[in-house]
Design a protein around this ligand. Sequence first.
Ligand code: HSE
Length: 448
Amino acid sequence: MSTLQFPLRETGPRPLPGQRARTLRIGLLGAGKVGQAFLELCRRERDYFLSRGLQLDPVAALVRDASLPRRGLPPRALLTSDPLRFLAVRCDVVVEALGGLEPARSLVAYCLKAGIPVVTANKSLLADHGSELAGLARQAATELRVEAAALAGVPFIATLQERPLAGRFRLLQGILNGTCNFLITELQRGETLPQALAEAQRLGLAEPDPANDIDGQDGAEKLALLCQHLVGRRIEVTGLEKRTLRDLSPLDLEAARDLGGVLRPLVWARLLEDSVEAFTGPAFLPSSHLLSAVGGVDNGLLLEPHCESVSTPDGSGRLFYRGAGAGPKVTAATLLDDLWQAVHSSSAGRLGHASSRQPRETVLRPPRTPWFVRIERQDSCADAGLDDVLALLADHGIHCRGSVEKAQYLWILTSTASKPHIEEACQALAEAASAACLPLRALEVTHV
Ligand code: HSE
């Protein structure tokens, strides 16, 4: 029997023979690393998009300093630091790569109100004003595309926004910051944190102020925008538990390995009826956890659907995304794909996306989890041995699931405890044994 063969179909209109491609006038807000990578990509892929019926035409760029050269900007395009001159240029679509809240918020709002589709990679903007901007897009029946704002190289947000069952997660576990994952991977390879950070900056992975990566702000903003855009829950980034990466040492990474796991920069959130339990920061993952294998600049996202029709007890309903999470090139590629979708889809706001509903304000609570605790004993108190430490923890109702000892350091993997509870035990250790403790979150094997 012969096999039926269907011709491969590519999405989007293609010009018919003899038909002219549609010219797309693109306005660019910001032409820093990401903006220039976007312009370069438009230039490089010009013929490909032309063959698909679209002539990419960057016509204007708004920058903070118009005296600097901008790679990839066509010579006839306007380069200005004056927002009014920028807005006076007729654009069919605007790409926002300014970052930060203002003037990005005002300019994006202005464009959406004028019915101009906007694509953006700006997680700070979306975490704080995503629902307001989605509302403006909906009112003007235009598009706000945000795919590049989280897991920059992995397209998933638009798909899940349109899928009420698959997109409604109850547990989210992710490595959402490429810089932090890169830093941990480099620490494992023997680099120091300043060396690794300098490399992350050279590669264009880190935020303009890398404290936003290292101290957890970036991961928290991405969590906030995912909660808002996928499940219509609004969480306050300032209220989220964040743990910095600065305190980590290579010894912690070795100890984690000896305890059968790894440390990863984690974002974790469980949706409850009346609240969201969540944290961000370096955390211990057992090596059987899917995210434990996600290293370098890659991001990963593991979603457990809320709906029992989708999820099964063995976890087969889980979604796992993995791919490049940061860097000008991947971000630019996702922006350009978003731009393509923005001009080819019907309006995003119409179909009742989570982001198009008024998001529900949600109380944040710290979850109860196991902990990976580093205990540094003073030389003079080296007699505070493992047994003494375990006895003191047991007095606080905290039990040991594994331990590693090296010189004056001890690492303990504990039973499940609340944050105040573990902090109280660490305080008691500090008083009884002059020990300095660093409690990091840990995930259970059952959270694979
Ligand atoms: N600084 C961010 C990161 C860039 O490292 O993940 C991508 O959002």
